[in-house]
Write a protein that binds this ligand. Sequence first.
Ligand code: MRU
Length: 365
Amino acid sequence: MDAATLVIPPPPVTPLRWEGDPLTGALLMLDQTRLPQAVVWLRHTGPDSVIEAIRRLAVRGAPAIGIAGAYALALAARQEAAQTAPVESFVGALEGHAARIAAARPTAVNLPAAVARHMRLVQGRRQSPAATAHALFEAARELERYEREACAAMGRFGAAWLWGRTRFLTHCNAGSLVTSGIGTALAPIYVLKASGQAVHVSADESRPLLQGLRLTAYELTEAGIPHQVLADGAAASLLRSGAIDAVITGADRICANGDVVNKIGTYGLALAAREHGVPFMVVAPLSTLDPHTACGADVPIEQRPEDQRAYLDARALPASLPAYAPAFDATPAALIRCFVSEAGVIEHPDKKRLKVWLRAAARFR
Ligand code: MRU
């Protein structure tokens, strides 16, 4: 199947968009903590509420938090530019905001990478604060545009590789809610459907925050894609039953050796997929590749005991129960059948095969 002939549908949902002009406008953000019960839009006019939204997962997923972080930096610059301070103190204040934005979540590389890259537009230049704020806004808008187009390319490449397969298993949510286009892991599925192929998705619920049950099911419903949800613990037996043609996930960070850090539970899924001979595909833009992190063991894994406590509490269990609460895990490259990015497909990834992509990913650092 020729990737170029495949059809790109519109995204079923959009997690964030800028409204108005750069000087007076605001960042609108769909509050994903409220889905699917309520569709609530947050309106951000300064960086602090964006940082808070990233921390509490109102916006989430690697590319989306990179884009949100870029807009937060532009909002911080606009806020500081209005203070009429000298350029030196403007840059100093902006560096403080940048450090707080980049630290809002530690695991997905897109957030600190976007903030560091956009800060380089500021440092060492003697342009006015207003001009800097404008440049940061344009950089955020460009990142949003880039990620949208990357989704379309990933959808095409992934769909061409998967052509003929119809039954997919995914983990967490890696669709249009995690970026500015049609998604990462779900993009090939949307393209397959738009190109006339029958598809069915099984979505792991993804504990403790239930991104699969709440968010993947929500956007698949919006897209009109037949699906079912399952407990994470049911995935291995589903794979053994022969009812799945491919497992597809996104990534929060892909290391230089091809190890993939993604939502907790991904590693177990990859082990089960290998055991049962089901191909495991990881779909992520080049902005998620981290040439500076050698392997999965070097990635800071976010711990979220508060989510685990809230999960227990919501089920009337004592939130004081001791909990092991990593939000992500690392899957060794050897378990991955193929990577899909906007640059194409790499089968059986390792450091050598990833070399060209790692060099291309340097532009996002
Ligand atoms: O904690 P979350 O919901 O931000 O975790 C998101 C994931 O793990 C996604 O699978 C990942 O970001 C890949 S989708 C770009």
